[in-house]
Design a protein around this ligand. Structure first.
Ligand code: ATP
Ligand code: MG
Length: 549
């Protein structure tokens, strides 16, 4: 569509798109799709992008959201050409209102908003005219001027377009354009007391800026008529054109700012940047990279029909990206002590361990200390294992990653019968993990040297909701009733290999066999490490489903 407009010179000016957030919440993954689309099209056609804050509603907007939006767009890797505010257009929009009144295309109505709604009719019946519809131009101008001057209380009058009360599109039945609000605006202070409605401000702001392609989500389809009517009546030549696309809906996720705000305000999450939130701030803190988000937005494409994206598609994009960039290190989530009874007590070996597997085009390695006392993961030991369990069990031999083959000789338990320690022997001839006699050992497990390990807290995140479409809860039920009770599991006392100590807070890793992690920029401190699980290594959910079926 844009290529065609360019080829025909339709607008007579370079492509100009805009991203028009209302600063009333943090940007989320749905906004990322819109950002990628608007910036992507501008880049593709050598055009420009305006970041325009649609800040025409004084009650919910705040400068902190403006800052979050700017930071997150830049984090995604985009830079706008102009930073603009619809609230800077209030004077212009007022002048347009005067123009429309003078043309006989708008009038001041003194019915209440409730009366106006009632008189608008239904899809099956035409509306009825307000008794104020035929006020003279002079009277309308006088009232409009006094509305602006602050002479009237909220709701005393509104400015309406004079279009058609029988219009098949309900939005075109003399829509409200401007209303009185004695409220404090985060940028305009108390200087202004008449506020444009969305439909009045949006298209005209696009037109003022010379936008060519105004891309918005499908729910604005019916608003296109008023958009076109306004830019035409105000007299813009080659006005922008609105085109709708399907919003991003992601399974197990809500992408409504109002609902996200409730999650924050009601304390269901720790804040806008809680790593379970679909906000870009949360996603970033969770360890996802901007490249992964951009690839994801690209991969799902742009459609004209609403749909839902499976979480697996999103997680695939996240894994694909991390797989190629992050080093692998060893971390034991739930430690179980292993004593190698035949290993010298004061000996420490430095074993070479590569950071990347062979199929990743990056290189590098570090030394990991190996000593008599190690930790392995509790899940890698079973006292009474089933047949297909290839990890450690009494009398069984297993390979320690980058290390030796060890055999479990004795299981030590406390008074309550819980396993507290394993006594194993190692085979000194198997350094590097292979037996010179060629005997087969199936299992390879991860470990850390007890003496050298760093204590860390792991935060295991899961989906925030229990049903794919949390917005579609039955009537009378709250979306918060389908919150996942175990969306965060804190695992204290995990043991991490010491090489990580030198890395900056915010570094990403794959903890081998466990998942992708990032050290938490908010809560991690030197000496008190905290890691967020970005994503598991495989789609464990799919596996579970397959098992169940
Ligand atoms: P809410 O849905 O909570 O009311 P909003 O979508 O109105 O929020 P805006 O700040 O107005 O939030 O959105 C800025 C831009 O991002 C708009 O152009 C909007 O169409 C787009 N956008 C918002 N949500 C999505 C989504 N889920 N998918 C794609 N684009 C979106
Ligand atoms: Mg909006």
């Amino acid at each position: 569509m844009v290529a065609h407009d360019e080829a025909t010179g339709r607008f007579g000016r370079p492509v100009l798109t805009r991203f028009p957030p209302e600063p009333n919440g943090f940007p989320h993954i749905g906004h990322a799709k819109s950002i990628c689309l608007n910036f992507g099209i501008a880049t593709e056609f050598g055009g420009k992008v305006n970041l325009r804050f649609d800040d025409t509603n004084p009650s919910t907007e705040d400068i902190k959201y403006v800052e979050a939006i700017k930071r997150d767009i830049q984090w995604l890797g985009f830079q706008w050409d102009n930073e603009l505010y619809a609230s800077d257009y209030f004077e212009k929009l007022y002048d347009f209102a005067v123009l429309l009144v003078e043309k006989g295309k708008a009038y001041v109505d003194s019915e209440t908003e409730e009366e106006i709604r009632r008189h608008r009719g239904t899809v099956n019946s035409t509306g009825t005219a307000s008794k104020y519809r035929d006020r003279s131009v002079e009277e309308n101008l006088d009232l409009l001027g006094r509305m602006k001057a602050g002479e009237f209380p909220d709701g005393a009058h509104v400015l309406r377009a004079k279009i058609d009360l029988g219009h098949p599109n309900m939005i075109m039945r003399d829509p409200l354009l401007i209303r009185i609000r004695h409220a404090h605006h985060y940028r305009r202070g108390d200087a202004w007391c008449i506020y444009p409605l969305y439909d009045y401000a949006h298209g005209l702001s696009d037109a003022i800026e010379g936008v060519t392609h105004s891309l918005c989500t499908l729910e604005f389809k019916d608003n296109r008529d008023i958009y076109d009517w306004l830019v035409r009546e105000v007299g813009f030549e080659h006005p922008p054109e609105q085109t709708e696309f399907a919003r991003l809906n992601l399974d197990y996720t809500v992408v409504s700012k109002r609902k996200l705000l409730r999650l924050v305000n009601e304390g269901h999450v720790s804040g806008w940047d809680d790593p379970r939130m679909p906000t870009l701030a949360g996603i970033r803190r969770r360890g996802v990279t901007p490249e992964a988000i951009r690839n994801f937005c690209e991969s799902i494409g742009v459609a004209r029909k609403d749909g839902r994206i499976e979480l697996a598609t999103y997680e695939h994009a996240v894994r694909d990206d991390l797989n190629m960039r992050v080093p692998r290190v060893l971390c034991v989530a739930r430690p179980l002590k292993v004593v190698l009874t035949n290993y010298p007590a004061d000996q420490v070996e430095e074993l070479e361990a590569s950071y990347y597997p062979h199929d990743v085009p990056k290189t590098g390695s570090r030394l990991v200390p190996f000593s008599r006392e190690l930790y392995i993961d509790r899940d890698d030991f079973m006292e009474d294992p089933p047949k297909k369990f290839f990890r450690l069990a009494p009398g069984r031999e297993v390979r320690l990653r980058y290390g030796y083959l060890i055999t479990c000789q004795e299981v030590c338990k406390d008074a309550a019968g819980h396993v507290v320690e394993l006594h194993c022997t190692y085979d000194p001839a198997t350094r590097g993990g292979n037996a010179p006699d060629g005997r087969k050992v199936q299992g390879t497990i991860h470990w850390v040297s007890a003496r050298h390990a760093l204590d860390v807290e792991l935060r295991m995140y899961d989906r925030l909701f229990t049903i794919p479409d949390p917005e579609a809860v039955p009537e009378g039920q709250e979306f918060t009733s389908v919150l996942h009770p175990n969306s965060l599991i804190v695992v204290p006392g995990a043991k991490l290999e010491p090489s990580v100590a030198q890395d900056p807070i915010g570094s990403r890793y794959q903890f081998e066999r466990t998942g992708y992690f990032i050290s938490d920029v908010v809560d991690a401190k030197p000496g008190a490490l905290v890691f967020n699980r970005t994503v598991t290594l495989r789609d464990s959910w799919e596996k579970e489903k397959a098992k169940g079926s």
